[in-house]
Design a protein around this ligand. Structure first.
Ligand SMILES: *[C@@H]1O[C@H](CO)[C@@H](O)[C@H](O)[C@H]1NC(C)=O
Ligand SMILES: *[C@@H]1O[C@H](CO)[C@@H](O)[C@H](O)[C@H]1NC(C)=O
Ligand SMILES: *[C@@H]1O[C@H](CO)[C@@H](O)[C@H](O)[C@H]1NC(C)=O
Ligand SMILES: *[C@@H]1O[C@H](CO)[C@@H](O)[C@H](O)[C@H]1NC(C)=O
Ligand SMILES: *[C@@H]1O[C@H](CO)[C@@H](O)[C@H](O)[C@H]1NC(C)=O
Length: 482
């Protein structure tokens, strides 16, 4: 659950078996010379947005049998809910694209089985080692969840969603339950595989979906999918680089993608919270936890949890670490080098629970799961890049960044600005107010355990899906689509 995945990785090198690491974002570099193009496209999108929507298919999910992780049998709630934003039809995708990947969990990566990782319907093993750290009554609500499990979590929730419809004709949106991340994860690490291997599932999925009668309804603008890795893992620009080119495939255009990290310039990418370890069973679990983190005695001003990478020169995290060590007494460091934080340790959670603020630098990509681990623990995040959260998770986080977080421009840190100095300036009341805002938003950034969601409380899944439905409505405006 508290994995820190910001270690550098060199794509195509097999010898880095940190299974939890996010891949580096090599393709970003290739894009820098094209910055002008990106800005142009962005500008064009804004223009089009200012000027100026639709959707569909058949059957319910069929898989399931022996597999421990397969989605549960669907129960569609009756017409008792209003579903004013519309209903969702879930494609009955061949199991090759989802549950079969899970059934073959022992071969999802070259270093060992992922069956345990994705057990409990994707939530992973119960986090028994947090006993004594979390309230006893929440022992069943904390899991050792993999940060890339969102595809499985969303699929299970979608099958039981109150606004799911089995009648494709009546749907506003069409969900494609493709496990895009699991499909590519298997082929990322080995030189034995080719670019074609990494793209195969996505190609076939698109062909299947485009053959469905409901694609034409609106050229796919009413279709959406969850992709459980960062967007850059699906944006390979040539055969030699990292990842699949799923998002770049022409057939992918118009499909909304729910990703743990989005490309801020791509309208079709929507950032959704990383799955964390907390999966409440009920609204009262949420309230118990909120009260617990609110009452917590926080003995250090700030903390930094991450792989130290041996303090590589020019590494921004090295600077943060330096500052943290020098502010001893005020700052707590959790060194997550190797897999120290990913093997069941409660150290990170304890560190967030004991600190007013937590430092959230970018890693190889802009975001990290740690943002959500931190906020769930009621600690106030400190960001250094706007793309780490503000332009990623707009549906889930407060609109006013300063109401729940602190922003220190990375250049100020490079120029020697003291983080401790900045954070010490906030008085008790200001800290309390920011923390209260963080705590208020906890429900929106967690994924509930029950497949039906939480009664009377919206979690990250509900917010994401309602957001998609509302977007589809907005797209109906004349001239919106391009
Ligand atoms: C790659 O292929 C070689 C030869 O078939 C095999 O010995 C090796 O184990 C494979 N590596 C991986 C990571 O599958
Ligand atoms: C990339 O791989 C595809 C399929 O193997 C091949 O057709 C294409 O020519 C390759 N492109 C480059 C630039 O190597
Ligand atoms: C995406 O939408 C545009 C505008 O509606 C349409 O012209 C285009 O054909 C669509 N692309 C695909 C792959 O369906
Ligand atoms: C997990 O990490 C702790 C602390 O480094 C270590 O004592 C323990 O043996 C590790 N457990 C496993 C299963 O690797
Ligand atoms: C980043 O966000 C901060 C806080 O919202 C804002 O003051 C600043 O102008 C932003 N910087 C850029 C480059 O957008």
């Amino acid at each position: 659950m508290f994995t820190i995945s910001d270690t550098t990785i060199t794509p195509h090198k097999l010898q880095k078996p940190d299974l939890h690491r996010k891949n580096s974002f090599t393709s970003l570099k290739h894009h820098l010379p094209r910055t002008w193009l990106i800005f142009f496209v962005f500008f064009l999108q804004i223009l089009l947005l200012l000027l100026a929507r639709s959707f569909q298919i058949p059957t319910g999910i069929s898989t399931r049998q022996n597999l421990p992780e397969s989605p549960p049998i669907t129960t569609v709630h009756g017409g008792d809910t209003k579903c004013s934003a519309g209903k969702i039809f879930v494609y009955d995708l061949p199991k090759y694209f989802n549950t079969e990947l899970l059934e073959n969990c022992h071969e999802l990566n070259p270093w060992g089985s992922r069956c345990d990782t994705y057990s409990n319907n994707g939530l992973g093993p119960i986090a028994t080692n947090l006993a004594g750290v979390i309230p006893n009554s929440l022992a069943g609500a904390w899991f050792w969840t993999d940060q890339f499990a969102s595809e499985i979590i969303y699929h299970n929730r979608m099958l039981n969603y109150k606004c799911r419809t089995l009648d494709p004709e009546s749907a506003t949106a069409y969900y494609i339950p493709f496990y895009a991340g699991l499909a590519v994860g298997k082929y990322l690490w080995s030189e034995n595989y080719t670019a074609d291997d990494r793209d195969r599932h996505c190609h076939m999925m698109l062909k299947w979906v485009h053959d469905q009668p409901y694609w034409q309804k609106s050229d796919g603008w009413d279709h959406f999918v969850t992709m459980g890795r960062i967007t850059w893992d699906f944006r390979r620009s040539n055969n030699q680089s990292w990842g699949s080119k799923c998002i770049y495939l022409p057939g992918m255009r118009n499909i909304t993608r729910l990703l743990i990290e989005r490309n801020s310039w791509d309208y079709f990418d929507v950032g959704v919270p990383y799955p964390t370890g907390f999966h409440p069973n009920s609204p009262s679990d949420v309230a118990t936890w909120q009260e617990f983190v609110r009452a917590r005695a926080r003995t250090t001003l700030f903390c930094f949890a991450g792989a130290t990478r041996g303090l590589i020169r020019n590494d921004f995290r090295g600077l943060l670490l330096d500052q943290c060590y020098k502010s001893s007494g005020s700052c707590r460091v959790v060194d997550c080098g190797g897999s120290k934080c990913s093997n069941g340790s409660s150290l990170i959670l304890e560190s967030f629970l004991g600190s007013d603020f937590c430092l959230q630098p970018r890693g190889d990509s802009f975001t990290r799961r740690s943002i959500f681990d931190c906020m769930i623990a009621g600690s106030i995040p400190v960001f250094f890049w706007n793309r780490t959260a503000y332009s990623q998770y707009e549906w889930f986080l407060p609109g006013q960044p300063e109401s729940y977080s602190v922003f220190i421009d990375k250049n100020e840190i490079l120029n020697g600005k003291s983080i401790k100095g900045v954070l010490e300036k906030f008085n008790e009341e200001e800290v309390r107010n920011m923390r209260e805002k963080v705590i208020e938003y906890i429900p929106r950034i967690v994924y509930a355990k029950p497949h039906e969601g939480l009664e009377g409380m919206k979690d990250a899944f509900d917010v994401a899906v309602e957001g998609v439905l509302n977007r589809i409505k907005d797209q109906e405006q004349e001239g919106f689509k391009w």
